[in-house]
Design a protein around this ligand. Structure first.
Ligand code: UD1
Length: 421
Protein backbone atom coordinates (compact mmCIF):
# COMPACT_ATOMS: atom_id res chain seq x y z
CA UNK A 1 0.00 0.00 0.00
CA UNK A 2 1.25 3.50 -0.86
CA UNK A 3 2.06 6.21 1.67
CA UNK A 4 2.55 9.94 1.20
CA UNK A 5 5.48 11.56 2.94
CA UNK A 6 5.35 15.35 3.45
CA UNK A 7 8.00 17.54 5.03
CA UNK A 8 7.09 21.08 6.10
CA UNK A 9 9.15 23.24 3.77
CA UNK A 10 7.99 26.84 4.00
CA UNK A 11 5.91 28.91 1.61
CA UNK A 12 4.47 27.61 -1.68
CA UNK A 13 4.54 29.52 -4.96
CA UNK A 14 3.15 28.33 -8.29
CA UNK A 15 0.13 27.30 -10.32
CA UNK A 16 -2.17 24.31 -9.83
CA UNK A 17 -4.61 23.18 -12.56
CA UNK A 18 -8.03 22.18 -11.21
CA UNK A 19 -9.53 19.00 -12.69
CA UNK A 20 -13.14 18.29 -13.63
CA UNK A 21 -15.38 17.55 -10.65
CA UNK A 22 -15.38 13.95 -9.42
CA UNK A 23 -18.89 14.29 -7.99
CA UNK A 24 -20.25 15.80 -11.21
CA UNK A 25 -18.62 13.05 -13.30
CA UNK A 26 -20.05 10.31 -11.05
CA UNK A 27 -23.58 11.66 -11.69
CA UNK A 28 -23.03 12.34 -15.40
CA UNK A 29 -21.71 8.87 -16.24
CA UNK A 30 -24.94 7.00 -15.27
CA UNK A 31 -26.86 9.37 -17.58
CA UNK A 32 -25.59 7.10 -20.39
CA UNK A 33 -28.18 4.57 -19.19
CA UNK A 34 -30.94 6.95 -20.35
CA UNK A 35 -30.01 6.91 -24.04
CA UNK A 36 -28.82 4.46 -26.69
CA UNK A 37 -26.65 7.18 -28.29
CA UNK A 38 -23.10 8.20 -27.29
CA UNK A 39 -22.52 10.46 -24.30
CA UNK A 40 -19.10 12.11 -24.50
CA UNK A 41 -17.75 13.64 -21.30
CA UNK A 42 -14.67 15.84 -21.56
CA UNK A 43 -12.54 17.29 -18.72
CA UNK A 44 -12.98 14.04 -16.79
CA UNK A 45 -10.83 13.61 -13.67
CA UNK A 46 -8.54 10.56 -13.54
CA UNK A 47 -9.50 8.95 -10.27
CA UNK A 48 -10.21 5.53 -8.85
CA UNK A 49 -13.87 6.44 -8.18
CA UNK A 50 -14.31 7.13 -11.90
CA UNK A 51 -12.78 3.73 -12.70
CA UNK A 52 -15.20 2.14 -10.21
CA UNK A 53 -18.18 3.80 -11.94
CA UNK A 54 -16.84 2.63 -15.35
CA UNK A 55 -16.56 -0.88 -13.99
CA UNK A 56 -20.15 -0.75 -12.69
CA UNK A 57 -21.55 0.62 -15.97
CA UNK A 58 -19.65 -2.00 -17.99
CA UNK A 59 -21.12 -4.71 -15.75
CA UNK A 60 -24.59 -3.48 -16.82
CA UNK A 61 -23.73 -3.68 -20.52
CA UNK A 62 -22.50 -0.13 -21.24
CA UNK A 63 -19.39 0.54 -23.25
CA UNK A 64 -16.99 3.04 -21.62
CA UNK A 65 -14.00 4.10 -23.69
CA UNK A 66 -11.38 6.32 -22.16
CA UNK A 67 -9.50 8.66 -24.55
CA UNK A 68 -6.89 11.39 -24.14
CA UNK A 69 -5.32 9.62 -21.12
CA UNK A 70 -8.66 9.46 -19.33
CA UNK A 71 -9.60 13.11 -19.90
CA UNK A 72 -12.43 12.10 -22.27
CA UNK A 73 -14.95 9.35 -21.66
CA UNK A 74 -17.14 7.99 -24.43
CA UNK A 75 -20.10 6.16 -22.92
CA UNK A 76 -22.61 4.20 -24.88
CA UNK A 77 -25.51 2.01 -23.80
CA UNK A 78 -27.05 0.30 -26.82
CA UNK A 79 -28.74 -2.16 -24.49
CA UNK A 80 -28.79 -2.76 -20.76
CA UNK A 81 -28.13 -6.49 -20.61
CA UNK A 82 -27.71 -6.93 -16.87
CA UNK A 83 -29.99 -5.24 -14.35
CA UNK A 84 -28.05 -6.05 -11.20
CA UNK A 85 -25.55 -3.66 -9.60
CA UNK A 86 -23.52 -6.11 -7.54
CA UNK A 87 -22.54 -5.63 -3.90
CA UNK A 88 -18.85 -6.06 -4.71
CA UNK A 89 -18.85 -2.83 -6.76
CA UNK A 90 -21.52 -0.84 -4.87
CA UNK A 91 -19.82 -1.35 -1.48
CA UNK A 92 -16.73 0.46 -2.80
CA UNK A 93 -18.66 3.60 -3.68
CA UNK A 94 -22.03 4.96 -2.58
CA UNK A 95 -22.48 6.92 -5.80
CA UNK A 96 -23.25 3.53 -7.43
CA UNK A 97 -26.86 4.10 -6.30
CA UNK A 98 -27.09 6.67 -9.13
CA UNK A 99 -27.71 3.88 -11.66
CA UNK A 100 -31.05 3.10 -10.00
CA UNK A 101 -33.13 6.05 -11.32
CA UNK A 102 -31.89 5.86 -14.94
CA UNK A 103 -32.36 2.06 -15.15
CA UNK A 104 -35.92 2.28 -13.80
CA UNK A 105 -36.68 5.09 -16.24
CA UNK A 106 -35.39 3.29 -19.33
CA UNK A 107 -36.04 -0.38 -18.52
CA UNK A 108 -38.62 -0.38 -15.72
CA UNK A 109 -36.45 -2.62 -13.56
CA UNK A 110 -33.21 -2.52 -11.57
CA UNK A 111 -31.62 -4.41 -8.72
CA UNK A 112 -29.00 -2.46 -6.78
CA UNK A 113 -27.11 -3.61 -3.72
CA UNK A 114 -27.72 -1.50 -0.62
CA UNK A 115 -24.55 0.58 -0.16
CA UNK A 116 -24.42 0.02 3.61
CA UNK A 117 -22.70 2.30 6.10
CA UNK A 118 -19.50 4.16 5.45
CA UNK A 119 -16.78 5.83 7.46
CA UNK A 120 -18.51 9.20 7.68
CA UNK A 121 -21.89 8.00 8.90
CA UNK A 122 -24.93 5.85 8.24
CA UNK A 123 -25.82 7.59 4.95
CA UNK A 124 -29.11 5.84 4.14
CA UNK A 125 -30.76 5.82 0.69
CA UNK A 126 -34.37 6.26 1.87
CA UNK A 127 -34.75 9.60 0.05
CA UNK A 128 -33.66 8.03 -3.27
CA UNK A 129 -36.32 5.36 -2.82
CA UNK A 130 -39.09 7.75 -1.66
CA UNK A 131 -38.77 10.07 -4.64
CA UNK A 132 -38.62 7.17 -7.12
CA UNK A 133 -41.68 5.65 -5.41
CA UNK A 134 -43.48 8.96 -5.91
CA UNK A 135 -42.72 8.55 -9.64
CA UNK A 136 -44.30 5.07 -9.60
CA UNK A 137 -41.44 2.69 -8.78
CA UNK A 138 -42.10 -0.22 -6.43
CA UNK A 139 -39.30 -1.47 -4.19
CA UNK A 140 -38.62 -4.61 -2.22
CA UNK A 141 -35.55 -5.19 -0.09
CA UNK A 142 -34.21 -8.73 -0.46
CA UNK A 143 -30.88 -10.25 0.64
CA UNK A 144 -29.22 -6.84 0.92
CA UNK A 145 -30.44 -5.74 -2.51
CA UNK A 146 -33.00 -3.09 -3.51
CA UNK A 147 -35.23 -4.67 -6.14
CA UNK A 148 -37.07 -2.00 -8.09
CA UNK A 149 -39.69 -2.28 -10.81
CA UNK A 150 -42.18 -0.08 -12.62
CA UNK A 151 -45.54 -1.11 -14.05
CA UNK A 152 -45.32 0.52 -17.48
CA UNK A 153 -43.44 3.82 -17.35
CA UNK A 154 -42.52 6.19 -14.52
CA UNK A 155 -45.09 8.97 -14.14
CA UNK A 156 -44.41 12.62 -13.32
CA UNK A 157 -45.28 13.74 -9.77
CA UNK A 158 -44.81 16.56 -7.30
CA UNK A 159 -42.32 15.60 -4.58
CA UNK A 160 -40.93 17.62 -1.69
CA UNK A 161 -37.67 16.31 -0.21
CA UNK A 162 -37.84 16.27 3.61
CA UNK A 163 -34.13 17.13 3.64
CA UNK A 164 -31.69 18.24 0.97
CA UNK A 165 -29.81 15.36 -0.68
CA UNK A 166 -27.41 15.73 -3.57
CA UNK A 167 -27.56 12.09 -4.68
CA UNK A 168 -31.34 11.73 -4.33
CA UNK A 169 -31.85 14.93 -6.35
CA UNK A 170 -29.59 13.52 -9.09
CA UNK A 171 -31.36 10.15 -9.18
CA UNK A 172 -34.79 11.82 -9.36
CA UNK A 173 -33.68 14.33 -11.98
CA UNK A 174 -32.40 11.59 -14.30
CA UNK A 175 -35.42 9.33 -13.74
CA UNK A 176 -37.93 12.13 -14.38
CA UNK A 177 -36.46 12.99 -17.80
CA UNK A 178 -38.09 9.89 -19.29
CA UNK A 179 -41.24 9.85 -17.11
CA UNK A 180 -44.72 10.46 -18.51
CA UNK A 181 -45.78 14.06 -17.83
CA UNK A 182 -44.37 16.69 -15.53
CA UNK A 183 -42.34 16.24 -12.35
CA UNK A 184 -41.80 19.02 -9.83
CA UNK A 185 -39.04 18.38 -7.28
CA UNK A 186 -39.07 20.71 -4.27
CA UNK A 187 -36.35 21.35 -1.66
CA UNK A 188 -33.73 19.93 -4.04
CA UNK A 189 -29.95 20.29 -3.79
CA UNK A 190 -28.52 23.34 -5.59
CA UNK A 191 -24.88 22.21 -5.86
CA UNK A 192 -22.95 23.12 -9.06
CA UNK A 193 -22.81 19.37 -9.79
CA UNK A 194 -26.65 19.31 -10.01
CA UNK A 195 -26.59 22.24 -12.42
CA UNK A 196 -23.92 20.47 -14.50
CA UNK A 197 -26.00 17.28 -14.67
CA UNK A 198 -29.14 19.22 -15.65
CA UNK A 199 -27.24 21.07 -18.39
CA UNK A 200 -25.93 17.81 -19.81
CA UNK A 201 -29.40 16.22 -19.71
CA UNK A 202 -30.79 19.28 -21.54
CA UNK A 203 -28.13 18.77 -24.26
CA UNK A 204 -29.40 15.17 -24.46
CA UNK A 205 -32.91 16.49 -25.17
CA UNK A 206 -34.43 16.67 -21.67
CA UNK A 207 -36.86 19.43 -20.68
CA UNK A 208 -35.60 20.81 -17.36
CA UNK A 209 -35.94 24.19 -15.67
CA UNK A 210 -35.16 25.62 -12.24
CA UNK A 211 -31.86 23.75 -11.71
CA UNK A 212 -29.65 25.75 -9.36
CA UNK A 213 -32.75 26.82 -7.37
CA UNK A 214 -34.57 24.76 -4.76
CA UNK A 215 -37.33 23.72 -7.20
CA UNK A 216 -36.71 21.82 -10.42
CA UNK A 217 -39.39 21.11 -13.04
CA UNK A 218 -38.94 18.31 -15.56
CA UNK A 219 -41.27 17.64 -18.51
CA UNK A 220 -40.70 14.02 -19.46
CA UNK A 221 -39.72 13.18 -23.06
CA UNK A 222 -40.01 9.94 -25.06
CA UNK A 223 -36.26 9.41 -25.46
CA UNK A 224 -32.90 11.14 -25.04
CA UNK A 225 -30.15 11.48 -27.62
CA UNK A 226 -26.36 11.65 -27.45
CA UNK A 227 -24.41 14.74 -26.35
CA UNK A 228 -20.94 16.09 -25.62
CA UNK A 229 -20.42 17.79 -22.29
CA UNK A 230 -17.43 19.34 -20.53
CA UNK A 231 -17.45 18.63 -16.78
CA UNK A 232 -17.53 21.60 -14.38
CA UNK A 233 -14.36 22.33 -12.32
CA UNK A 234 -14.00 20.44 -9.04
CA UNK A 235 -14.88 23.00 -6.36
CA UNK A 236 -13.64 20.69 -3.58
CA UNK A 237 -10.25 20.17 -5.22
CA UNK A 238 -10.18 23.95 -5.77
CA UNK A 239 -10.93 24.71 -2.11
CA UNK A 240 -8.42 22.11 -0.94
CA UNK A 241 -5.53 23.58 -2.93
CA UNK A 242 -6.56 27.12 -2.00
CA UNK A 243 -5.74 26.10 1.56
CA UNK A 244 -2.18 24.97 0.71
CA UNK A 245 -0.70 28.50 0.64
CA UNK A 246 -2.92 29.46 3.57
CA UNK A 247 -1.38 26.82 5.81
CA UNK A 248 2.18 26.88 4.39
CA UNK A 249 2.32 30.57 3.36
CA UNK A 250 2.98 31.90 -0.14
CA UNK A 251 0.87 32.54 -3.23
CA UNK A 252 -0.77 29.97 -5.50
CA UNK A 253 -2.85 30.42 -8.65
CA UNK A 254 -5.62 27.86 -9.13
CA UNK A 255 -6.16 27.47 -12.87
CA UNK A 256 -9.82 27.09 -13.81
CA UNK A 257 -10.91 28.26 -10.34
CA UNK A 258 -14.09 30.33 -10.04
CA UNK A 259 -15.23 32.01 -6.86
CA UNK A 260 -18.93 31.39 -7.49
CA UNK A 261 -18.31 27.64 -7.11
CA UNK A 262 -17.35 28.12 -3.45
CA UNK A 263 -18.24 31.66 -2.43
CA UNK A 264 -19.16 30.86 1.19
CA UNK A 265 -15.78 29.14 1.62
CA UNK A 266 -14.01 32.19 0.10
CA UNK A 267 -15.95 34.52 2.43
CA UNK A 268 -14.72 32.53 5.46
CA UNK A 269 -11.12 32.53 4.23
CA UNK A 270 -11.22 36.30 3.75
CA UNK A 271 -12.68 36.69 7.23
CA UNK A 272 -9.65 34.80 8.55
CA UNK A 273 -7.27 37.21 6.83
CA UNK A 274 -6.50 35.53 3.49
CA UNK A 275 -6.39 37.49 0.21
CA UNK A 276 -8.26 36.02 -2.77
CA UNK A 277 -8.15 37.47 -6.25
CA UNK A 278 -10.44 36.36 -9.11
CA UNK A 279 -8.64 36.53 -12.46
CA UNK A 280 -10.21 35.81 -15.84
CA UNK A 281 -9.82 32.05 -15.60
CA UNK A 282 -8.19 31.45 -12.25
CA UNK A 283 -8.22 32.31 -8.55
CA UNK A 284 -5.11 33.55 -6.78
CA UNK A 285 -4.70 32.94 -3.05
CA UNK A 286 -2.14 34.89 -1.07
CA UNK A 287 -1.35 34.63 2.60
CA UNK A 288 -0.49 38.22 3.60
CA UNK A 289 0.27 38.04 7.31
CA UNK A 290 1.85 35.29 9.35
CA UNK A 291 -1.13 33.65 10.98
CA UNK A 292 -4.77 33.36 9.97
CA UNK A 293 -7.42 34.25 12.57
CA UNK A 294 -9.70 31.63 14.10
CA UNK A 295 -13.20 31.51 12.54
CA UNK A 296 -16.47 29.66 13.09
CA UNK A 297 -17.93 27.34 10.49
CA UNK A 298 -21.22 25.49 10.03
CA UNK A 299 -21.43 22.97 7.18
CA UNK A 300 -24.60 23.24 5.10
CA UNK A 301 -25.94 22.27 1.67
CA UNK A 302 -24.86 24.58 -1.20
CA UNK A 303 -24.52 27.57 -1.16
CA UNK A 304 -23.42 27.08 2.47
CA UNK A 305 -19.98 25.95 3.61
CA UNK A 306 -19.35 22.48 2.07
CA UNK A 307 -18.94 19.49 4.37
CA UNK A 308 -16.33 18.21 1.89
CA UNK A 309 -14.02 21.11 2.89
CA UNK A 310 -14.54 20.87 6.64
CA UNK A 311 -11.58 18.53 7.36
CA UNK A 312 -9.17 20.62 5.27
CA UNK A 313 -10.33 23.83 6.97
CA UNK A 314 -9.87 22.21 10.37
CA UNK A 315 -6.22 21.44 9.49
CA UNK A 316 -5.66 25.10 8.65
CA UNK A 317 -7.39 26.36 11.80
CA UNK A 318 -5.11 24.19 13.97
CA UNK A 319 -2.42 26.87 13.60
CA UNK A 320 -4.74 29.93 13.55
CA UNK A 321 -4.68 32.73 16.09
CA UNK A 322 -7.29 31.98 18.74
CA UNK A 323 -10.20 29.53 18.80
CA UNK A 324 -12.45 28.24 16.04
CA UNK A 325 -15.73 26.35 16.27
CA UNK A 326 -16.62 23.90 13.49
CA UNK A 327 -20.13 22.52 13.43
CA UNK A 328 -20.78 19.52 11.16
CA UNK A 329 -24.45 19.41 10.17
CA UNK A 330 -24.40 17.11 7.12
CA UNK A 331 -22.70 13.92 8.35
CA UNK A 332 -22.82 12.76 11.94
CA UNK A 333 -19.39 11.14 12.10
CA UNK A 334 -17.12 13.42 10.14
CA UNK A 335 -14.42 14.37 12.63
CA UNK A 336 -12.21 11.30 12.28
CA UNK A 337 -9.33 13.47 11.13
CA UNK A 338 -9.36 15.22 14.55
CA UNK A 339 -7.55 12.46 16.51
CA UNK A 340 -4.90 12.29 13.75
CA UNK A 341 -4.39 16.07 13.81
CA UNK A 342 -4.12 15.85 17.61
CA UNK A 343 -1.25 13.37 17.09
CA UNK A 344 0.46 16.18 15.18
CA UNK A 345 0.12 18.55 18.14
CA UNK A 346 -3.26 20.16 17.38
CA UNK A 347 -5.62 21.15 20.20
CA UNK A 348 -9.11 19.94 19.26
CA UNK A 349 -12.06 19.11 21.47
CA UNK A 350 -14.89 17.23 19.75
CA UNK A 351 -18.30 17.10 21.41
CA UNK A 352 -20.84 15.37 19.16
CA UNK A 353 -21.17 17.36 15.94
CA UNK A 354 -19.14 20.33 17.19
CA UNK A 355 -15.34 20.66 17.29
CA UNK A 356 -13.48 23.43 19.10
CA UNK A 357 -10.03 24.05 17.67
CA UNK A 358 -7.59 26.13 19.72
CA UNK A 359 -4.76 27.38 17.53
CA UNK A 360 -1.19 26.29 18.34
CA UNK A 361 2.00 27.94 17.09
CA UNK A 362 3.27 24.87 15.21
CA UNK A 363 2.27 21.32 14.26
CA UNK A 364 4.77 18.47 14.40
CA UNK A 365 5.12 15.75 11.76
CA UNK A 366 3.90 12.27 12.74
CA UNK A 367 2.79 9.00 11.16
CA UNK A 368 -0.96 9.41 10.61
CA UNK A 369 -3.75 7.36 9.11
CA UNK A 370 -6.23 8.52 6.49
CA UNK A 371 -9.79 7.48 7.37
CA UNK A 372 -11.69 8.90 4.40
CA UNK A 373 -11.11 10.93 1.27
CA UNK A 374 -11.26 14.48 2.66
CA UNK A 375 -9.64 13.48 5.96
CA UNK A 376 -6.63 12.14 4.07
CA UNK A 377 -5.98 15.38 2.23
CA UNK A 378 -6.43 17.38 5.45
CA UNK A 379 -3.50 15.44 6.91
CA UNK A 380 -1.37 16.28 3.86
CA UNK A 381 -2.23 19.98 4.30
CA UNK A 382 -1.29 19.75 7.98
CA UNK A 383 2.00 18.10 6.94
CA UNK A 384 2.83 21.09 4.72
CA UNK A 385 2.95 23.27 7.83
CA UNK A 386 4.38 20.76 10.30
CA UNK A 387 7.91 20.56 11.61
CA UNK A 388 9.56 17.39 10.28
CA UNK A 389 8.08 14.45 8.45
CA UNK A 390 4.41 13.49 8.21
CA UNK A 391 3.70 10.03 6.84
CA UNK A 392 0.10 9.55 5.68
CA UNK A 393 -0.92 5.92 5.23
CA UNK A 394 -4.05 4.40 3.61
CA UNK A 395 -3.56 6.66 0.63
CA UNK A 396 -6.16 4.70 -1.38
CA UNK A 397 -8.76 7.04 0.16
CA UNK A 398 -6.92 9.99 -1.37
CA UNK A 399 -6.72 8.37 -4.80
CA UNK A 400 -10.52 8.19 -4.93
CA UNK A 401 -10.77 11.94 -5.26
CA UNK A 402 -7.46 13.70 -5.92
CA UNK A 403 -5.32 13.15 -9.00
CA UNK A 404 -1.55 13.61 -8.79
CA UNK A 405 -1.50 15.39 -5.42
CA UNK A 406 2.28 14.98 -5.16
CA UNK A 407 2.83 16.55 -8.61
CA UNK A 408 0.41 19.43 -8.05
CA UNK A 409 1.80 20.43 -4.65
CA UNK A 410 5.39 19.51 -5.62
CA UNK A 411 5.21 21.96 -8.55
CA UNK A 412 4.66 24.75 -5.99
CA UNK A 413 7.72 23.79 -3.96
CA UNK A 414 6.23 21.33 -1.45
CA UNK A 415 8.47 18.47 -0.31
CA UNK A 416 6.04 15.62 -0.90
CA UNK A 417 6.44 12.14 -2.31
CA UNK A 418 4.56 8.89 -2.69
CA UNK A 419 6.28 5.84 -1.31
CA UNK A 420 5.25 2.34 -2.32
CA UNK A 421 5.74 -0.39 0.22
C1 UD1 B 1 -22.77 13.95 -2.03
C2 UD1 B 1 -21.30 13.97 -2.36
C3 UD1 B 1 -20.46 14.04 -1.09
C4 UD1 B 1 -20.90 15.21 -0.23
C5 UD1 B 1 -22.40 15.17 0.01
C6 UD1 B 1 -22.93 16.39 0.75
C7 UD1 B 1 -21.22 12.68 -4.40
C8 UD1 B 1 -20.76 11.44 -5.08
N1 UD1 B 1 -20.97 12.77 -3.10
O1 UD1 B 1 -23.00 12.75 -1.30
O2 UD1 B 1 -19.09 14.19 -1.47
O3 UD1 B 1 -20.23 15.14 1.01
O4 UD1 B 1 -23.10 15.10 -1.25
O5 UD1 B 1 -22.58 17.55 0.08
O6 UD1 B 1 -21.74 13.59 -5.03
N2 UD1 B 1 -29.44 11.22 3.47
C9 UD1 B 1 -30.49 10.49 3.98
N3 UD1 B 1 -31.18 9.68 3.14
C10 UD1 B 1 -30.87 9.57 1.81
C11 UD1 B 1 -29.80 10.31 1.29
C12 UD1 B 1 -29.10 11.14 2.15
O7 UD1 B 1 -30.80 10.58 5.17
O8 UD1 B 1 -31.55 8.82 1.10
C13 UD1 B 1 -28.66 12.10 4.37
C14 UD1 B 1 -27.20 11.73 4.45
O9 UD1 B 1 -26.97 10.72 5.42
C15 UD1 B 1 -26.60 13.05 4.86
C16 UD1 B 1 -27.47 14.08 4.10
O10 UD1 B 1 -28.66 13.39 3.79
O11 UD1 B 1 -26.74 13.27 6.23
C17 UD1 B 1 -26.87 14.62 2.83
O12 UD1 B 1 -26.43 13.55 2.02
P1 UD1 B 1 -26.41 13.64 0.42
O13 UD1 B 1 -26.53 15.07 0.01
O14 UD1 B 1 -27.38 12.66 -0.12
O15 UD1 B 1 -24.95 13.13 0.11
P2 UD1 B 1 -24.49 12.21 -1.08
O16 UD1 B 1 -25.30 12.47 -2.30
O17 UD1 B 1 -24.35 10.81 -0.60
Amino acid sequence: MDKIVVVGNGPLYGKIPIAGAKNACLALMPATLLSSEDLILTNSPRLSDIRTMSHLLKSLGCSVVSLDEGRTLVLSTKNIDNHIAEYDIVRKMRASILVLGPMLAREGRAIVSLPGGCAIGARPVDLHLSVLEALGAIFELRDGYIEGKVNGKLKGAIFTFPMVSVGATENALMAATLALGTTVLKNVAREPEIVDLAECLIKMGANISGHGTSEITIDGVESLKGATHSIVADRIELGTYMLAPVIAGGEVELLGGRRNLISSFCDKLEQSGVEILQKENSLVVRKTNNQVRGINIITEPFPGFPTDLQAQMMAVLCTALGDSILEERIFENRFMHAPELIRMGAKIDVQGGVAKVSGVARLRGAPVMATDLRASVSLILAGLAAEGETIVSRVYHLDRGYEKVEEKLGACGALIQRVSE
